[in-house]
Design a protein. Structure first.
Length: 380
């Protein structure tokens, strides 16, 4: 039986049991799970094994890993913070901040469209190679010149990789800093959270490698027909998850998919969200600023994922995809299974992070079990 390390508050022992059951029932290899309630850590657990640059070792308390699209939640917070400060109007055309973006019929696309995956820029017209993902300047220039693939604001189409570069350019134009640096200075630093968008060499010896899924990115969507939006979005360039374990990927700022952290750091950051802008003894953003999350932008079948979504300002909202128990809840997750759940009614921040990836882009049972156990503990 896998040894589970860490702590649980009295009454939350069932979360430990659900987490441990992942090794017995779901083939877990290495993982961490964390939950905070009203700003207090009630679950902080890790266990299993992981492969690092120098070989296999136990998953440690400070192990971090690429969490794929769970990174997007950090990009969302950067934009919400700038909006809260009056520096970014989420409804104003992106071209207000990035004039070149207005080309090819994009003069009315606003940041809200990018946050809600409805900008029509889920991929690139130009054929790309894997290493192009390490060149944000090239990718944003291509998108500045490109026409949208559908009428912006009419439907979502998951901007799997592109969203981060687009939001990153907006943040850069407004602040003069990269999104990764802005996030480090304004959010992760004040919260003392061990999460990085652009991860320096000083962290290499504790970054776990992912165990890549057998299927390519997007194979779980069921809509990968030749020429479809899913193929155009997810297969250009084709992305092997093992690329994330290379140093060039770690160093690059890939704000939609390249963040490195663990469940503790993800939960710590979203303690801010769960507690209406206050965490680690500091107010980072106003309650009104966070309320923008629930400004619904789009609902319906996503054209890339083939999943029924309700999307606010970046975050997913309760709906058919994830029927969370409280209305002021939001979420996002990452390719392979990582997860961030925030319940602002119950002041819960929950995260699950692992190394063994499933092919899914929409979560799996390994995160769901500990999440349900967390809610069960609160209702006991």
């Amino acid at each position: 039986m896998t040894e589970i390390h860490g702590t649980v508050a009295p009454g939350f022992e069932g979360v430990r049991d659900a987490f441990a059951a992942n090794w017995e029932h779901h083939g877990e290899v290495g993982a961490s799970v964390c939950a905070t309630v009203a700003g207090e850590v009630v679950v902080d657990l890790w266990g299993g094994t992981a492969t690092f640059d120098d070989g296999d070792h136990d998953w440690q308390e400070d192990t971090i890993i690429n969490v794929w699209s769970t990174t997007k939640t950090m990009s969302f917070l950067c934009c919400l913070l700038l909006a809260d400060r009056g520096e970014l109007d989420l409804y104003e055309p992106v071209a207000t901040y990035w004039p070149e973006f207005a080309a090819a019929g994009k003069e009315n696309i606003a940041t809200r469209h990018i946050l809600s995956h409805s900008a029509g820029l889920s991929g690139w017209d130009e054929p790309l190679q894997r290493d192009d993902l390490l060149d944000p300047a090239k990718l944003v220039q291509l998108h500045a010149a490109q026409a949208p693939w559908w009428e912006p604001g009419t439907a979502s189409g998951y901007h799997a990789i592109s969203q981060g570069y687009l939001l990153g350019e907006i943040v850069q134009r407004i602040t003069g800093e990269s999104l990764g640096q802005f996030f480090a200075d304004e959010i992760a630093g004040p919260l003392d959270a061990d999460f990085h968008i652009g991860t320096g060499p000083e962290h290499d010896d504790r970054i776990a490698h992912v165990i890549a899924p057998d299927a390519p990115l997007g194979a779980d969507t069921g809509v990968l027909q030749p020429g479809s939006l899913a193929v155009r979005t997810l297969a250009n360039p084709a992305l092997d998850a093992s690329f994330s374990s290379t140093k060039p990927w770690r160093r690059a700022e890939i704000p939609a998919a390249g963040g490195h952290g663990n469940a503790r750091s993800v939960a710590a950051i979203h303690t801010l969200t769960a507690n209406n802008g206050v965490a680690n003894g500091q107010r980072i953003i106003s309650e009104e600023g966070l309320a923008r999350i629930f400004d619904e932008q789009i609902r319906g079948m996503d054209q890339v994922l083939g999943t029924d979504l309700v999307l606010g300002m970046g975050f997913g909202l309760p709906g058919p995809m994830l029927p969370l128990p409280n209305p002021r809840s939001c979420y996002w997750g990452g390719w392979g299974g990582s997860l961030a759940i925030i319940d602002m009614d119950a002041n819960i921040s929950f995260s699950y992070v692992m190394n063994k990836m499933e092919s899914t882009t929409t979560g799996d049972l390994r995160g769901a079990g500990p999440l349900m156990a967390t809610y069960a503990a609160l209702m006991a």
